[in-house]
Design a binder for this molecule. Structure first.
Ligand code: NAP
Length: 396
């Protein structure tokens, strides 16, 4: 049996995930880990546990030599990176669920881990409770993956499921999702695909060894979806899913976040409500699907707990695919076959659509099906227009 260390933790953040982790640690018996102090931001906030557990001074945790591990669960990516850097300098391992921070700092993370020789683990930053990062690192370390694709955001999948299954409008379901706590009061990061894109960057790094900055990749969300688009999907026996997609063509990776029409042959067709799923296609394994809760206090805390547990046997990421120098690169100029709903003809010109094979026009609903180049979609202002919606039919 492995001789497991007893750990002393310093926790940053006591919101949804931080409090979740506190509760999970109190209920689990397998890990010997004790939270010594919790650092939070707002002095006047009421806390669900005694104030003696808290501090507002980050150095109280970072300078404490008894603390072996910093658990970073705050909602600010810049502050989180500062905490990470300082913790490593002080000889502490770091566990974080901060996808934005990780996705924006992958080169620094590689350097910091080797410079200070302390692990940085972030399973909760990818798809919440779905154990994808460690599987990509360990199980698929020698597998040649062709596709990593999935539903990485529960809020948007919940909205799409309800619109489809209950014939409700986007605005109506969003309001509902906000009441139920599935959507933030400002839902931009979720519904426009930014949250998903951070996860794509992290998964690409562990699946293909490729580092990219989130700003380099295309994301388009579901904020403009209408009941017309859902009806179109239903008529064709399809569903719309906001998919994160990375597909390998020889050395090229074609990678984006956008709504896609999927049919019953795609396992992601059956993923409903707030569930996430990651589908992997390997040369030897063929298709595999991981399904689970991608967010929420306990599901995310369970991923953080698993990282803490891994530290008890001195686990750290070896970034195996990255150091295999596989030479994959991101190709942003692939042709896509898309459905495009629009109001004014100039929108079609703005995305430089070609080879239009279907054009439908009625008084209140117009769409075309044709080909666009991915490079013409990136940063294209026409897609900000609330009167348009674009969905992928296939990669050409
Ligand atoms: N919520 C989810 O389901 C989920 C899922 C996966 C990953 N994550 C990630 O987990 C992290 C935490 O998310 P959350 O939903 O738990 O956030 P949250 O509920 O908004 O809580 C954020 C916590 O961070 C504290 N905080 C903010 N800035 C701080 C600073 N500079 N120093 C110390 N404490 C600071 C806040 O302090 P106060 O209490 O004083 O305001 C609060 O306790 C984020 O990176 C998020 O992306 C969340």
């Amino acid at each position: 049996m492995t001789n497991r260390k007893k750990l002393t933790l310093g926790l940053f953040g006591f919101g949804c995930v931080g409090k979740g982790l506190y509760d999970v640690l109190n209920q689990t018996t397998g890990i010997q880990a004790n939270i010594k102090k919790i650092c939070v931001k707002h002095k006047d906030k009421l806390r669900p546990i005694a104030m003696e557990h808290f501090t507002f001074d980050k150095n109280e945790l970072l300078e404490d030599n008894e603390i072996d591990i910093i658990i970073e669960l705050i909602d600010n990516a810049d502050d989180a990176f500062e905490i990470l850097e300082k913790a490593l300098q002080k000889g502490k391992a770091v566990v974080t669920a901060n996808k934005k921070m990780i996705a924006e700092h992958l080169p620094e993370i590689l350097t910091l881990q080797s410079k200070y020789n302390k692990p940085i683990l972030y399973e909760g930053a990818s798809c919440g409770s779905i154990p994808i990062i460690r599987n990509l690192e360990e199980y698929y370390d020698n597998e040649l993956l062709d596709i990593v694709e999935g539903i990485y955001n529960g809020t948007t999948n919940y909205i799409l499921s309800k619109m489809f299954n209950e014939n409700r409008t986007y605005a109506d379901v969003l309001k509902d999702a906000q009441k139920l706590g599935f959507a933030e009061s400002d839902p931009t990061l979720d519904v426009e695909g930014y949250d998903t894109k951070s996860k794509v960057v992290i998964n690409n790094f562990h699946a293909f060894g490729v580092i990219s900055h989130p700003n380099e990749l295309f994301n388009y969300g579901i904020q403009n979806i209408s009941i017309h688009d859902i009806r179109f999907a239903k008529e064709k026996n399809l569903k719309i899913r906001l998919l994160a997609s990375t597909k390998k063509y020889d050395k090229e990776l074609v990678c984006f976040v956008m709504p896609q029409f999927v049919d019953k042959s795609n396992p992601l067709y059956f993923i409903e409500d707030e569930y996430n799923a990651v589908m992997l296609q390997g040369v030897f394994t063929e298709n595999q699907l991981f399904k689970g809760k991608g967010a929420g206090a306990f599901p995310t805390a369970s991923a953080v707990l698993s990282d803490i547990s891994a530290l008890t046997y001195n686990y750290s990421y070896e970034f195996k695919k990255h150091y295999q120098n596989l030479d994959f690169f991101i190709n942003q100029s692939k042709k896509l076959k898309v459905y495009f709903r629009y109001k004014e003809e100039k929108s079609i010109e703005a995305i430089q659509m070609q080879n239009i094979e279907v054009s439908y026009k009625s008084e209140d609903y117009k769409y075309v099906i044709g080909e666009v180049n991915l490079s013409n979609l990136i940063n294209n202002k026409a897609l900000k227009n609330p009167d348009v919606f674009i969905g992928l039919l296939s990669v050409k």
